[in-house]
Design a protein around this ligand. Structure first.
Ligand SMILES: [Zn+2]
Ligand SMILES: [Zn+2]
Length: 98
């Protein structure tokens, strides 16, 4: 988690700007986080994740996955190279018997 997200506090209104009221402790109405993410990607990076990664100094030579494991609380599957949030690695291991 980055410092800026730690300082953010939900306001009761959806952070995508749609004006919807959301439950206490939530930033977004259901699914609106993905929509907002896609919108930001469209206006800042031409909807290109590659450009987003490059902007932040990541790419083929500097793995964003390694950085996520080092700084973002991600974990790596013990049986292969799969990396992800702990919950998604658990799903992966169940699916592939790793
Ligand atoms: Zn919204
Ligand atoms: Zn695996």
């Amino acid at each position: 988690m980055t410092e800026s997200t730690e300082r953010l506090i939900p306001t009761g209104q959806c952070f995508c700007g749609c004006g919807e009221t959301v439950g206490l402790g939530s930033f977004f109405a259901r699914g609106h986080d993905k929509t907002a993410e896609a919108a930001l990607l469209a206006i800042r990076y031409g909807s290109s994740v590659a450009r987003l990664l490059d902007h932040h100094g990541f790419g083929p030579k500097r793995s964003v996955l390694d950085a996520a494991v080092a700084e973002g609380g991600w974990v790596i599957c013990q049986s292969c190279e799969y990396a992800g949030a702990p919950a998604s690695v658990r799903n992966h291991c169940r699916k592939y018997n790793h």
